[in-house]
Design a protein around this ligand. Structure first.
Ligand SMILES: Nc1ncnc2c1ncn2[C@@H]1O[C@H](COP(=O)(O)OP(=O)(O)OP(=O)(O)O)[C@@H](O)[C@H]1O
Ligand SMILES: Nc1nc(=O)c2ncn([C@H]3C[C@H](O)[C@@H](CO)O3)c2[nH]1
Length: 214
């Protein structure tokens, strides 16, 4: 399984589609447009942070179990980033210490089940899409989900800055699997065919080194 990581608007869903089509495998997308809790969270984060986290954890676990059955299936975001989001929100006072404790213990418990519930416990490769704040805002505006727009909520720019800061440390510390970082500002793999080919070549090279691509 290949896992894509990156902040909001980094290009994970777009790359998941491209990469899975290129490899002839299946992509598993994050539950966003059909997620009933996400708009509630953006409206009232303090009330809904914990519920949203349980929602994502449940859906993520389900996706991992399905994705792990075949080499090179592509997962749009890792279970580890869910925890990054929740701990950041908790540090902002949007979850209680008790909620954090319940979440951490539940996550730990579920991770212990993974070798039984799925073929293996960790991804074969993590592909991280690194983006700047300006790119993030540009993409958020381009995609146009209303509840993510900074003009809807003046606290969102600070939330996005904090998220990008956390992601930097998170990627450096990540050691659950082999990893690679792509410059998401530089490569326009959505509109530019040359950039698309370059990104696919870079990922193929890593997969060949790991022995999951001939
Ligand atoms: N490398 C890229 N170059 C140009 N545009 C991009 C690139 N990646 C994504 N986009 C555009 O940015 C927007 C967000 O992309 P996408 O939905 O793939 O991001 P994401 O990482 O899955 O976001 P989220 O975590 O919020 O679900 C889309 O409009 C997409 O077309
Ligand atoms: N609070 C919170 N916790 C998560 O685990 C999480 N995962 C994703 N998201 C939000 C970011 C995008 O708006 C949108 C799509 O990624 O969903 C999250 N928000």
């Amino acid at each position: 399984m290949i896992v894509l990581s990156g902040a909001i608007g980094a290009g994970k869903s777009s790359l998941a589609k491209l990469l899975s089509e290129h490899l002839g495998t299946e992509a598993f997308y994050e539950q966003v447009d059909n997620n009933p809790v996400l708009p509630l969270f953006y409206k009232d984060p303090k009330k809904y942070a914990f519920l949203l986290q349980i929602y994502f954890l449940n859906k993520r676990f389900e996706s991992i179990k399905k994705a792990m059955v075949q080499d090179n299936n592509v997962l749009d975001r890792s279970i580890y980033e869910d925890s990054l989001f929740f701990h950041m929100n908790a540090d902002m006072g949007r979850a209680t210490p008790q909620e954090v404790k319940v979440y951490d213990e539940l996550l730990d418990n579920m991770m212990q089940e993974l070798p039984y519930a799925a073929a293996k416990k960790t991804p074969d490769l993590l592909v991280h899409l690194d983006i700047s704040y300006d790119t993030m805002i540009h993409r958020i505006e381009k995609r146009g989900r209303s509840y993510e727009q900074p003009e809807q909520d003046p606290t969102l720019p600070e939330y996005y800055h904090q998220l990008l800061d956390r992601y930097d440390g998170w990627y450096d510390d990540y050691d659950y699997s082999p990893k690679m970082k792509l410059d998401g500002d530089k490569y326009d793999f959505v509109e530019n065919p040359e950039d698309r080919q370059k990104v696919l070549d870079l990922i193929d090279e890593q997969l060949r080194q790991r022995g999951t691509l001939d």
